[in-house]
Design a protein around this ligand. Sequence first.
Ligand code: SF4
Length: 365
Amino acid sequence: MHLYIHVPFCARRCSYCDFAIAVRREVPSRKFVDAVLSEWRGWQREPAWNESPSLATIYFGGGTPSHLDPMELRRLISALRRDRPADPDAEVTIEANPEDVTASSAEAWIEAGVNRVSLGVQSFDDAVLGWMHRTHDAAAIPAAMSVLRSAGFTDISLDLIFALPEALGRDWARDLDLAFALNPEHLSLYGLTVEAGTPLGRWTSRGQSTPPPDERYVTEYLFAYEALQAAGFEHYEVSNAGRPGHRARHNSAYWRRAPFIGLGPSAHSALAGRRSWNVPQWAAYERLIVAGQPFRDGEELDEGQLRLEQLYLGLRTSDGLEASLVPAAALDDWVVNRWARLSGGRCRLTAEGWLRLDGLVRSIA
Ligand code: SF4
């Protein structure tokens, strides 16, 4: 079983973020852990609960999980493991903001059983970080890495955002070099998207910010693809690259369509062929949990949706899709255009293909 826990609390909203978050100066860690454990116990009454005997991965995402009181995090992980044993080598990841990484928090995470950290870096440029409304500056990033290494973490991922507005003058090559210089085991790269309802969405609609041209996204993506290969990373999924042996096992389970349970506001689950999701707002989630009526909406995927999911998830990884699932004419076309390669009976998209992932999937769905 794979377990995702959504920790919704953030110090403030980043300019581009449309996630389900709750801005809090003081994080209600105890209340949060109580609520999540209550939801977890509810899952134990589901018939599908016994499908998988143990926990293979636990992922604390957000929001900002590193804002949680480490002692409460420890209480949570201990309770989860009491109810369902974890594999001896279970991957336990926490997403962290650099400014939350201190010697005491890092040691407490290790003691709680966390063995992987995904650090929200985004850029090494202070002007860019300020524009993003991030709460850290560039100097906090190497400091956090050094503290994490001293505490014993040997599996660290860095998140970076590319395709920023031209006016920011962001030097993408420099940011990648600075990331490589920190020797992370894993990198996740996301293109900036402008979402309605975010500060960036408002700046854009008022003409105060101009999204970069599409070519910038393409150029920076392909540049990163080459740079990652040259630096010894395997680009194993559209947005993710790891050193050999360091693929993110939790996210890889999603792409393999393995069953998972999501706890916390807005968390999604997929178990026994059914998808379900929780109410997004923390306040509503807590109220429902306290009332003993967790709200979980859901759906059974029909054949067409299952095929779409299979195509989309398969083609987004370097493991690719069984070639027989792609119509022969489309496969020929993709190979001729260098959007895909055929090897070992599988169709694997190239970086050029990944840039067209949505369109390619639509063309054969
Ligand atoms: S820290 Fe992450 S989740 Fe929180 S506002 Fe920023 S981008 Fe969104």
